[in-house]
Design a protein around this ligand. Sequence first.
Ligand SMILES: [Zn+2]
Length: 254
Amino acid sequence: MVLSWMLLCSLLPQPAPPFWVLPFAMTPATLSAHVADGAPRVLYQREDWLPRLDELRRTFGRNKEIPPRYELETLLALSHFPALKDTRIRFVTRSRAPISSRPFVWTLLRGRKSLRVYRIGIDESDRFGNSPALLKNMSFNARVGALGHEIAHTDYYETKRWYQFIAIGASFVSRKFHKKFERDTDQRTIEAGLGHQLWLWAREIRGGRVTDNPNSWLDRYYYAPSVIAEQMARLAAYQRLPTPQEALEDEAVR
Ligand SMILES: [Zn+2]
């Protein structure tokens, strides 16, 4: 499966041009841009949040090891998972897949969950060429979405006891389970308020495609952008915000 993913990612085209400046998006949820409260935001603007880096570190950076180059994106993604405030997570720039999430297995046996350590891997090598699936090739908000998806895995793992990981690991032989596992993770990322960022990530790794294609390996395992938008439309938290597609179209006519 990892091999398929690696192969696929190496074949994907370059990310589409970003559309980051959306002044119309000053809805109530975005006006409070300097409060990291986990509310959905159409876009995170790096320059708005850099001055608050120390505050983000104090609030969401406890027990986290984060590569400096992705610190802001990671802390913003973590701000959507307040239950993980004290959880030990190491973000490391080594991974067999472009981005991955798992516990350090031996720490599962420590008894208390507070002693567990999770690992989120970010591949920085040249193995995947210029694949848009690599964090280093993504736009800022797509990175927040990608990291949010991986942190949503951690959030799920935190609810499991050590022996349940054996069942989870064994279940990966089933495509049906793997599909549900990834799609449930996308759903949790949306429910955590990262719908717009997840949509951007999903669009970028598909080379700009937003439709759901039943012949796409990616779309079988993960929500296509159109599916993410459908799920967002069902949630009250997104009702007062432009949809990701509206935001994209608005930017296109500027
Ligand atoms: Zn995943």
